[in-house]
Design a protein around this ligand. Structure first.
Ligand code: ADP
Length: 395
C-alpha cells in the first residue's frame, strides 16, 4: 500500500499540546485529523477527531504517566507512529516569537534553533514550550524537515512608529519592540478575504481575534499596519486571564508599594486578571454570558468597552474603516458580544443585521451599512501547514 505523504502541525502550550495532520496532495493539503493532549500534569487526556469532527480516539492517563510537556509530546509521537498509511514529510511548528528578524517562516537547523532559543527571554511563558517538540524531533528524526511559523511574523510590515515604544533607542535595539501576536490567525483571515469578502481585500479592515487571548489587527490591503498587542501578548484588550493594556505605573506600584515580586506580578497579570479578575467567577466568556451574577455582567461590559476603545484607535490608524472581521472562540461563536462590539462601531456607520448575526453567516452587516462586518472562522494550523509545504516544495 502506498502511504499518504503528510505534514504534522504542532502547537505546544504549557498544559496542552495541539496537533493536526494534513495529507499533501500535489501542491494542496487535506486535513486528516486534529488532536490534543490536555491537562498535562493534572488530568492528562488525548482526544483525536477526524476532519469532520467525528471522534477517532479518546484516552486518559494517570498524572504520573504524563507529568510534563515532554512526556505529552512523546505520547503524541507514539500515537502518530501508530497511524497506518501515512508518511510524515515535515513538521510545522507554531512558534510564538520570531523576534525582530523573522518576517516569514523558516526551516529549522541548529543555528536557527539557537536564535529562537535566544528569543525565550522575550516570551518566557510560551517560547520554551514551542521549542520543546522541535528539540525532541531533532533527536529522534534528525532528517525530518522542521519549519517554524511565527505569531509575530505577520506584523513585521509595521511602520517604524508602530514598532516603537517611546523609550530610549538602546532598548529598541535590545529587542523591546511592539511585535504584535496572533499573526497566524490574521494571516489566515487576510488570505481568505479575497474569496469571502472581496470588497475588503484591498480595504481598511480591523480583524478582531477574540478568544482566550484577544487582540485586534489593522489590515490595509491585507497587510498588518497596527495591532493592540505589543512586546508581549499581555497588551491591548482584556482577555480570559490577562489584564490587557495597563498603566506601567500600576506595575511599579505593585512592586514598590505592595512588595510584589516579579514572579507574583507575572502570575497576577497573566493568570488572575482579565475576565477572571474582573468577575472573580470565570475566565470563560460563555460561562459569564450565562451567569446572572452582576460581576459577570460587569466583566463583559468592561471587555466590550475596551474593545470599542481599541477599535476606535485602530480605525484612526487606518484613517477610516471599510470592514471588521470577527474570529476565534468568542468572535466566531458569540452573537451577543459581536452585537455589542458592533454598537461601538455605529459612529462609523456600521449597521448589524441581527438575523445574519444570530446565524453567524459570514456577512453580518446590512446592505446599507457603511462598514462590512463578517464572521470568519480562523485556521492557524492550515496556515502553518501551507507555509511548511511551500518551504518543503522550495527545497
Ligand atoms: P484559545 O484558542 O485562545 O484557547 P478560543 O479561541 O478557543 O481560545 O476561545 C475561547 C473563548 O471563546 C472562551 O472564552 C469561550 O468561552 C469562548 N466561547 C466559545 N464558544 C462560545 C460561545 N458560544 N459563546 C460565547 N463565548 C464562547
Amino acid at each position: 500500500m502506498t502511504k499518504k505523504d503528510a505534514i504534522l502541525v504542532m502547537n505546544a502550550g504549557s498544559s496542552s499540546l495541539k496537533f493536526q495532520i494534513f495529507e499533501i496532495i500535489g501542491s494542496s493539503l487535506s486535513r486528516l485529523l486534529r488532536g490534543q493532549i490536555e491537562g498535562v500534569g493534572v488530568r492528562p487526556k488525548l482526544s483525536v477527531k477526524d476532519s469532520d469532527g467525528g471522534a477517532l480516539l479518546d484516552r486518559t492517563w494517570l498524572v504520573h504517566e504524563v507529568p510534563d510537556l515532554l512526556s505529552a509530546i512523546s505520547k503524541m509521537g507514539d500515537y502518530v507512529r501508530s497511524i497506518e498509511g501515512i508518511q510524515l514529510r515535515a513538521l510545522g511548528h507554531r512558534v510564538v516569537h520570531g523576534g525582530p528578524d523573522y518576517a516569514a517562516p523558516v526551516r529549522i537547523d541548529a543555528e536557527v534553533l539557537q536564535k529562537l532559543a535566544a528569543y525565550q527571554e522575550l516570551a518566557p511563558l510560551h517560547q520554551p514550550n514551542n521549542l520543546a517538540p522541535i528539540r525532541l524531533a531533532m533527536q529522534v528524526a534528525p532528517h525530518l524537515p522542521q519549519i517554524a511559523c511565527f505569531d509575530t511574523a505577520f506584523h513585521r510590515s509595521h511602520s517604524a512608529h508602530a514598532d516603537r515604544y517611546a523609550l530610549p533607542e538602546a532598548l529598541y535595539q535590545a529587542g523591546v519592540r511592539r511585535y504584535g501576536f496572533h499573526g497566524l490567525s490574521y494571516e489566515y483571515i487576510s488570505q481568505v478575504l479575497p474569496e469571502v469578502a472581496p470588497e475588503l481585500a484591498f480595504g481598511r479592515v480591523i480583524v478582531a481575534h477574540l478568544g482566550s487571548g484577544a487582540s485586534l489587527c489593522a489590515l490595509r490591503s491585507g497587510q498588518s499596519i497596527e495591532s493592540t498587542m505589543g512586546f508581549t501578548a499581555l497588551d491591548g484588550l482584556p482577555m480570559g486571564t490577562r489584564s490587557g493594556q495597563l498603566d506601567p505605573g500600576v506595575v511599579l506600584y505593585l512592586i514598590s508599594h505592595l512588595g510584589m515580586s516579579a514572579a507574583e506580578v507575572t502570575e497576577l497579570l497573566y493568570h488572575q486578571s482579565g475576565l477572571e479578575g474582573l468577575s472573580g467567577l470565570s475566565s470563560d466568556m460563555r460561562e459569564l454570558l450565562s451567569s446572572n451574577d452582576p460581576k459577570a455582567q460587569f466583566a463583559i461590559d468592561h471587555f466590550v468597552h475596551r474593545c470599542g476603545l481599541h477599535i476606535g484607535m485602530l480605525a484612526a490608524a487606518l484613517n477610516g474603516l471599510d470592514g471588521v472581521v470577527f474570529t476565534a472562540g468568542i468572535g466566531e461563536n458569540s452573537p451577543e458580544i459581536r452585537a455589542r462590539a458592533a454598537e461601538s462601531l455605529e459612529w462609523l456607520g456600521a449597521k448589524l443585521d441581527p438575523l445574519a448575526n444570530s446565524q453567524g453567516v459570514p456577512r453580518i452587516s446590512t446592505p446599507e451599512s457603511e462598514i462590512s462586518m463578517y464572521v470568519i472562522p480562523t485556521d492557524e494550523e492550515l496556515v502553518i501547514a501551507r507555509e511548511t509545504l511551500s518551504i518543503l516544495n522550495a527545497g
